[in-house]
Design a binder for this molecule. Structure first.
Ligand code: BEZ
Ligand code: FE
Length: 288
């Protein structure tokens, strides 16, 4: 290998894998190495630039802990997280979208029709829909997790003024596949910019705003789990999401609500303020 050069290094490296290497690992690694090497040659990467890149990754490691993962955030702002979603989303089902760093396990159960508003301030909304398969048949026993920001644009785990599970619930669909709840409208917010991701956004003149959204995880036996987000059609950042999470089928209208038209099981029915909104959104799951 003493004659290795820029023309032979890539193939030499790839030939080093042993015969027991997992075929999929070899496929992914081969492509990754080829693209990395080709990129280095294409831009004529300098030592200073290479060091700067490694420094960025080192700082990402230093700032990452159990609560915050700067590598995931890099993946998000570089569009990699969304690209992985896109290449893995069947076209005739609800699109998946980024999980984000603010999901926590153990959200309390809420019955269908239950109220999540509690003491939260902000515009009120009733969100309702069905979980179905691709033929439109309802899925019974689907578990839905929902989490969102309060009116101040903060999740409960970013804000000591909120209780641990504020604006986080888990709900199980009945035989009709239906879910329904009352909540408040989430607010747009900034992704964290106090680490190396913020430096990258700054250096390239990019903003850090995400349009407001409701996060959902929908799981049902026999179906692929869905991690997604649902966005209001009038959000000012809908076409400028810093992490590329918006898909056309995930945009919904907040229509004017009508107390008399609400289903009987909407627990907050009589307490909802005039001017509340209604949102209808169905989830379509692909088979496992
Ligand atoms: C979020 O939606 O919670 C989120 C997603 C990506 C980066 C930061 C936040
Ligand atoms: Fe979010």
């Amino acid at each position: 290998m003493r004659n290795v050069n820029a023309d032979t290094l890539t193939d030499l490296l790839l030939a080093l894998s042993g015969p027991d290497t997992d075929p999929r690992l070899q496929e992914v690694l081969t492509s990754l190495v080829k693209h990395l090497h080709a990129f280095t040659k294409e831009v004529g990467l300098t030592h200073a630039e290479w060091r700067k890149g490694l420094e960025l990754l080192t700082r990402a490691g230093e700032i990452t802990d159990a609560e915050r993962n700067e590598f995931v955030l890099f993946s998000d702002v570089l569009g990699l997280s969304s690209l992985v979603d896109m290449v893995n989303s069947p076209s005739d089902c609800t699109s998946s979208s980024v999980l984000g760093p603010f999901h926590i396990l153990g959200a309390p159960d809420l019955p269908v029709g239950g109220d999540m508003i509690g003491d939260n301030e902000g515009p009120q909304v009733v969100v309702e829909g069905r979980v179905t398969d691709q033929s439109g048949a309802p899925i019974e026993g689907a578990k839905i997790e929902l989490w969102q920001t309060a009116d101040n644009g903060l999740y409960s785990n970013q804000d000591t003024a909120q209780s641990e599970y504020n604006l986080r619930i888990s709900m199980t669909t009945g035989a009709d596949g239906r879910y329904a709840l009352s909540t408040i409208r989430p607010a747009p917010y900034l992704v964290p910019t106090d680490g190396p991701v913020g430096d990258l956004l700054n250096a390239t003149g990019r903003h850090a705003w995400r349009p407001s959204h409701l996060h959902f995880i929908v799981q049902a036996e026999g179906y692929r789990s869905l991690v997604t987000e649902v966005f209001p059609s009038d959000d000012p950042y809908l076409d400028a999401d810093a992490v590329f999470g918006v898909r056309a089928d995930l945009v919904m209208e907040y229509r004017p609500g009508d107390h008399a038209a609400l289903a009987d099981d909407i627990a907050a029915r009589d307490e909802l303020a005039e001017g509340f909104s209604k949102v209808d959104f169905d989830f379509v799951l692909p088979p496992a």
